[in-house]
Design a protein around this ligand. Sequence first.
Ligand code: ASP
Length: 327
Amino acid sequence: MTQAVLVIHGGAGAISRAKATPAVTHEYQSALRETLERGSRILEEGGSALDAVAEAVRLLEECALFNAGHGAVFTSEGRHELDASIMDGKTLRSGAVANVTLLRNPVLAARAVMERSPHAFFAGPGADAFGRDAGLECVNPSFFSTDARRSQLLRVQATGEATIVLDHDGQSLAENPGTAASPLDEGRKLGTVGAVALDLHGNLAAATSTGGLTNKRPGRVGDTPLIGAGCYANNATCAVSATGTGEAFMRLVAAYDVSARMAYQGRSLDEAAGCVVFEKLPAIGGAGGLIAVDARGNISLPFNTEGMYRGYRRLGQPACVAIHRDR
Ligand code: ASP
């Protein structure tokens, strides 16, 4: 019997156990749990892994706690540029969008690219136009903005550093020292959301979505919308969704590397994912993690930061969620 399972992440980063009040921790855990419940219901009803990951990522995009969709970080010019991708492990079809500014749910735009165009990747105004023409919901860009993200940008810019800041690095700057704002140190958390799934029919799928990096230069694109870097799925091996310093994941073609190690070296999912996260990424200064599932339902959720918002749910079992590294 297929071990159908849904796995999700909401970004990786550094631990801040002291600052994480039970109430705030509970808020994040509840958001992860609810996403798992609603996404895995699709698998329970015999739906596809593709439907489950698209819905899980859509829900995370709608949640202001995470850096994707509503609640996305700001560019250096105070705007939002969103990236997303999706891949079907059964057919190897994929879709992606980059620098979207008007589409409410970038993951749905990525899916529309995959299913309703002969292409695999749209960027910028063309991506917004494609989504609009496909009938997807468009919003005023202010829909994506939250006060927390705006003060995050202002604080980052006030440091005078002409640098980009990984989502939760920026948030810690945005908070008063000593206040509790999130279970991970928002000063050192990477932000992106993602999902991978194995359905009852034995098919795999992956999806990833992000607002990118706080104070990023307009036009900058990370690993999230790049198939093979931040997202990959192949029924013959595994499905992977990544979060972390995008440039490093791009240089390593990280998500595909997990699959390739399984295919070419005969490694297990956990060995392949661990090699990428604990050996390859640190060797080039890459920080972050990934979630992965193979065709048998084995899962792996490695990260080389101190924590990663993460969780999984196997059918018929309760959802498991975690934020910090197990002690
Ligand atoms: N990987 C994303 C990017 O580089 C950011 C993240 O995961 O935090 O855009």
